[in-house]
Design a protein around this ligand. Structure first.
Ligand SMILES: *Cc1c(COP(=O)(O)O)cnc(C)c1O
Length: 361
């Protein structure tokens, strides 16, 4: 079989070592004689896995006791609704910074539940930059401020966590969680769907500051979507997504083994710089994101025409480079290079891009 590098935005590739371990214990997990997907989530083996994975997340993020780690259902999209349902409080006011399509979708979902303001939006300019914090319009009486740390579709990333003190800060980190060091103490809540940088789809990681568990959710909020009910049950109010959780637990061990987030950050920066450098020096390719805010995870680019973009996708697939088609909303091309993408994959892509430009330029 030809060697494949998978640049899909999500579900995305997982570390090879993790996949091999999962394969090796697929039929006999932890000496149980069963697959991990066949055992009770309340059994002692799975409970131990759950506890260990929470501790691994704590270790990786250097998390204080003020925060709880939850493994929930419904992906990031469920959080778009459960955040306002749980946290809007009596005032029902919140504010959103919109720097891409996911932030816009989060805002639109929240609008169904309350009086939601836009603190700042770069939509008019086509989502290619991040407005400076001094330009954000933040009302005094909001329950929280939401932003998207990495915009997976538009290829824009906040270089650092903004300092917000007026209200709890909430961020969608679906596509850059665990890709670099992060000071969680600046947040009220962060969330990430698993299928980018954590594990298979079907699992959502939520890290919540304990004081937010005291908020009264809206009356019709389903129990499984109430943080304050999931927290005392250790994310097992109902049956959790056990197999994705198990896979995530292996990914956490893998991150630790690599040397943690400092190492991931260095490698991810290096990989992204290499790819952007090729795009910038080669007149054939373009990326229109403000250089200060270019994503290290999702690198969007175009050839000189739509026809060549399509040809690029076809030919790259033949060369074993999968998933380079841009998001359907945006078109163009996109290379998603999360933690699991080895540097060799970047090198293979760069070699292909050089050759494609040479023969089609
Ligand atoms: C993928 C993604 C989502 C949506 O995740 P689902 O699990 O499909 O709900 C939301 N936000 C960002 C930033 C994403 O990358």
């Amino acid at each position: 079989m030809q060697h494949i590098y998978n640049f899909s935005a999500g579900p995305a590739m997982l570390p090879k070592e993790v996949m091999e371990q999962a394969q090796s214990e697929f039929l006999n997990w932890n000496g149980t004689g069963c697959s991990v997907m066949e055992v009770s989530h309340r059994g002692k083996e799975f409970i131990q896995l759950a506890h260990e994975s929470v501790q691994d997340v704590r270790d990786i993020l250097n998390l204080s006791d003020q925060y709880d780690v939850l493994f929930l259902h419904g992906g990031a999209r469920a959080q778009f609704a459960t955040i306002p349902m749980n946290l809007l409080g009596k005032n029902k006011k919140a504010s959103y910074v919109i720097t891409g399509l996911w932030g816009k979708m989060a805002f639109e979902e929240a609008e169904r539940y309350g009086d939601i303001e836009i603190a700042a939006s770069t939509e008019a300019g086509g989502f290619t930059t991040i407005p400076h914090k001094s330009e954000w319009n933040i009302s005094k009486d909001i329950a929280y401020l939401h932003y998207t740390d990495n915009e997976t579709i538009n290829g824009i990333e906040f270089p650092n966590v903004p300092n917000v003190t007026k209200a709890p800060l909430i961020a969608d980190l679906s596509s850059n969680m665990f890709s670099r060091t992060i000071d969680v103490s600046k947040f009220g809540l962060i969330y990430a769907s698993a299928q980018k940088n954590i594990g298979p789809a079907g699992l959502t990681l939520v890290i919540i500051r304990k004081d937010l568990l005291n908020y009264e959710p809206m009356p019709l909020t389903p129990s499984i979507f109430q943080y304050r009910l999931q927290q005392p049950q250790e994310s097992m109010l109902n049956t959790p997504a056990t197999f994705p959780w198990y896979m995530a637990s292996l990914v956490f061990k893998w991150i630790k083994k690599q040397g943690g987030l400092e190492v991931m950050e260095k490698l991810n920066r290096h990989k992204a710089e290499k790819l952007y450098k090729l795009i910038d020096i080669n007149n054939f390719y373009t990326n229109s994101v403000d250089h200060r805010y270019r994503s290290r995870m999702n690198i969007v680019f175009r050839t000189p025409s739509k026809e060549l973009d399509e040809k690029f996708v076809k030919e790259s697939e033949k060369a074993g480079l999968m998933g380079l088609k841009g998001h359907r909303y945006l078109g163009g091309l996109r290379a998603s290079i999360y933690n699991a993408m080895p540097e060799a994959g970047i090198d293979a892509l760069i070699a292909f891009m050089k050759e494609f430009a040479r023969t089609h330029g």
